[in-house]
Design a protein around this ligand. Sequence first.
Ligand code: ZN
Length: 250
Amino acid sequence: MRVLILSDIHANLEALEACLDAAPEYDQVYNLGDIVGYGANPNEVTTRSRELGSIFVRGNHDKACSGVSDLGDFNPIAGLAALWTREKLTQDHLQFLRELPHGPISPIENVQLVHGSPRDEDEYVLMASDAYAILQEAAVPLTFFGHTHVQRCLLLEDNGQGKSFPPDYKSPKGKQTARLEIKPKTTYMVNPGSVGQPRDGDPRAAFLVYDTDAALITFYRVPYNIQCAQEKIFAAGLPERLAIRLEEGH
Ligand code: ZN
């Protein structure tokens, strides 16, 4: 089975469509949360996500935008965007977002999905040091996570060696892919990166494809029409910083 894994789309329709155009054929979609918040197309992106996917975990922005949580932990820009999004979303989409499940969930054997981490859905896991204890305690060998908007693999080998590395792309331009072979006796946390608001210095939209039979992960980076997404953010009256950061990839 080939699984398309998307995370942190953040209401960026241009980025989502570019990822879907670039993706190979797949059997299923796992969506790791933060469907909405920040971008200017929350309804369109929620509609598309619902059409695509049956397996979701909720993100902190899905909770805040649908009123499951308050805006206490949000910075002012994220808070403004969440309030704007809450106003825009249809009742049906608000209800869908409110009912998204809390991670971790395990859609297939040996795999779990979380937004932040298995021990806290809102935890940021960036470095090998953050991941070490989580990997040691992991209930399954392969955890897919989002939340940081950084495309990355964190792993713990049988000998206790921990590693953290980004995909090895040959070029920072155009559509790129990078492969990661899933080895036995190794525990992994893998982040597909953010579709709609990358923060790893690469503004291209990010996702991955997991081939369960081949035990192979393929990371993708895909250029998209950033200018169009930015113009929509300006036109919506959302904070300008949300548009500017798209071209910076931070
Ligand atoms: Zn996010």
